[in-house]
Design a protein around this ligand. Structure first.
Ligand code: DSN
Length: 413
């Protein structure tokens, strides 16, 4: 980074500060990860300089010899990793990827059915705050209030009643695996396109630690930066019969030129995910989540659904007498970074909810194991009783930093 250091010391310093910050804190945001240096190098390459509206072999700009080869490489790797028939690697991120699916299969006013945002769904699954909830008639299914689990009978009932054009399976805060066969059966019964948004668990699918949505889904969207451990971006995978509709929806429907440097980073990440060690990473991510869930439960934390079988946990803090936001702020002071979150049956505002969400993709990438999960649970428990005591939180932060110093950080020298 010599040129940056010379030309823009202010930005250089912020990057260095962020490297230190990411190194000395425990990052438990379920949707974050550490990309490899190779991914970062690819994203910072001269592919930033090129416009390539269109698709390989059919571009609207000349000079695509390397961009075409790159995009084809990324597509082939994604097909191999997930066993998909058709892949589009151009969506800028998860929200535009989901919007492209709506554009391909629905008209404004059509009905879509997805998981309620406050029960773990995503904004783009038809939340009123999102264009997907403003432009489409969004109907939502909830988690069962007793079990905290998806209720497939309720999903089926709503699907048959509302006949959605698109049935969405996927989440940003559901700690359990999804039954794609059941979703497929429901989609077939009501005549819907089945969209699986696997953004959160794509890396687990790639590594064999979560059932695959293929061949059940018509279309699968995913971001590339969560458990998949690539750069910030997205891909859409679909059956060949939907290839034209999806490609047209992404470009020219929603986007202009793809971000080729991101495509380069995605290609690198996909090759990394094809290696045998990625299977081990996926397995350990779940193992760590389950160890952390057990250690937190033992300390009286109330985990929605009673635990986890993926990479994330959702905790209802009502029994701890502290809402999610002040607790997340206190944990940040203690060097533990996670996010406040709504919980099923939420009675508070989304901006100041009752719970927190946490996950193990980042800490597993660093090499943390079961012993470190115990330590994290211990610190989180301690922080509950000293949320307003900055000195005590700073003491925890020192211990956190000492533990972090023992583990290298992928992508950071
Ligand atoms: N914002 C992401 C998450 O944290 O789950 C989803 O897009």
């Amino acid at each position: 980074m010599n040129a940056l250091m010379k030309n823009d010391p202010e930005v250089f310093k912020l990057i260095k500060d962020e490297e230190i910050y990411q190194g000395k804190t425990i990052r438990l945001i379920a949707s974050e990860n550490y990309t490899s240096r190779a991914v970062l190098d690819a994203c910072g390459s001269v592919f930033q300089n090129k416009y390539s509206e269109g698709y390989p072999g059919a571009r609207f700009y000349q000079g695509q010899v390397n961009c075409d080869a790159l995009e084809i490489l990324a597509i082939e790797r994604a097909k191999k990793l997930f066993g998909a028939e058709h892949v589009n690697v151009q969506p800028y991120s998860g929200s535009p990827a989901n919007l492209a699916v709506y554009l391909a299969f629905a008209k404004p006013g059509d009905t879509v059915l997805g998981l309620n945002l406050s029960h773990g769904g995503h904004l783009t699954h038809g939340s009123k705050a999102s264009a997907t909830g403003k432009w489409f008639n969004a109907v939502h299914y909830n988690l069962n209030p007793e079990t905290g689990l998806l209720d497939y009978d309720e999903i089926r009932k709503l699907a048959l009643e509302h006949k959605p054009k698109i049935l969405i399976a996927g989440h940003s805060a559901y700690p359990r695996q999804l039954d794609f066969k059941k979703f497929r059966e429901i989609a077939d019964e009501c005549g819907a396109i089945l969209l699986v948004d696997m953004a959160h668990f794509a890396g687990l699918v790639a590594g064999g630690a979560h059932p695959s949505p293929f061949p059940y889904a018509d279309v699968v969207t995913t971001t590339t930066h969560k458990t998949l451990r690539g750069p910030r971006g997205a891909i859409i995978l679909c059956k060949e019969i939907h290839a034209k509709a999806i490609d047209k929806a992404v470009f020219p429907g929603l986007q202009g030129g793809p971000h080729n440097a991101t495509t380069a980073g995605i290609a690198v990440a996909l090759a990394e995910a094809l290696k045998p060690e990625f299977k081990e990473y996926a397995r350990k991510t779940v193992e760590n989540a389950q160890a952390l869930a057990k250690a937190l439960t033992a300390r009286g934390f109330n985990l929605v659904s009673g635990g986890t079988d993926n990479h994330l946990m959702l905790i209802d803090l009502n029994n701890k007498g502290i809402p999610g936001k002040p607790y997340a702020v206190a944990l940040e002071k203690a060097g533990i970074i996670l996010n406040y979150n709504t919980v099923p049956g939420e009675t508070r505002k989304a901006s100041d909810p009752s719970g927190i969400r946490l996950g193990t993709p980042s800490v597993t990438s660093r090499g943390f194991g079961i012993a470190e999960m115990e330590k994290i649970a211990e610190w989180m428990d301690k922080a509950v009783s000293c949320c307003e005591d900055d000195a005590k939180l700073a003491e925890i932060a020192k211990e956190v930093e000492a533990l972090c110093a023992k583990f290298s950080v992928p992508g950071i020298e």
